[in-house]
Design a protein around this ligand. Structure first.
Ligand SMILES: [Zn+2]
Length: 148
């Protein structure tokens, strides 16, 4: 899972990826695909150009996958949503996950990781237990789509 972030943690820049899964009616869901779009990475932020967002849609639509979460990493252990994150979230329908330390160390999901949901006009952080209930991640069963 964190392998895709190695280049960012080595370069000490923020990076992002997107979690996709099959359609369900429930608000609990499994993550089956991990997508890394082309992106511009800086020490304190990152950008996904519009054409890179288009490439992600083109890669995931034929598989009937929907975007479940946008995932990005912060430089340190601080994993709250910044005002920049509130402004620049690519979608308010997907959850927003923040990884600590440039994504270098992800141990037991969701420890040390924050999950935010846009609800009632604001981004709110889910409790750890809610996050692990809502999102099922089975290690070794996630397909990587690397568009970089
Ligand atoms: Zn951020």
């Amino acid at each position: 899972m964190q392998d895709g972030f190695v280049q960012y943690s080595n370069a000490r820049v923020e990076g992002c990826c997107f979690w996709y899964g099959p359609k369900t009616d429930s608000n609990e869901f499994a993550i089956t695909h991990l997508v890394f779009p082309k992106q511009i990475n800086k020490r304190q932020n990152f950008t996904v150009p519009p054409e890179a967002v288009g490439e992600m849609s083109a890669a995931t639509r034929p598989l009937s996958l929907i975007n479940r979460a946008q995932v990005h990493a912060h430089p340190n252990r601080w994993v709250e949503h910044s005002p920049y994150d509130d402004e620049h979230a690519i979608s308010r329908k997907a959850l927003s996950v923040v990884l600590p330390r440039y994504g270098a160390s992800i141990r037991a999901w969701p420890r040390g990781i924050s999950v935010h949901e846009f609800r009632n006009d604001a981004w709110r952080r889910l409790k750890s237990r809610q996050a692990s209930q809502r999102i099922q991640i089975v290690d070794g069963q996630i397909h990587l789509i690397d568009l970089r």
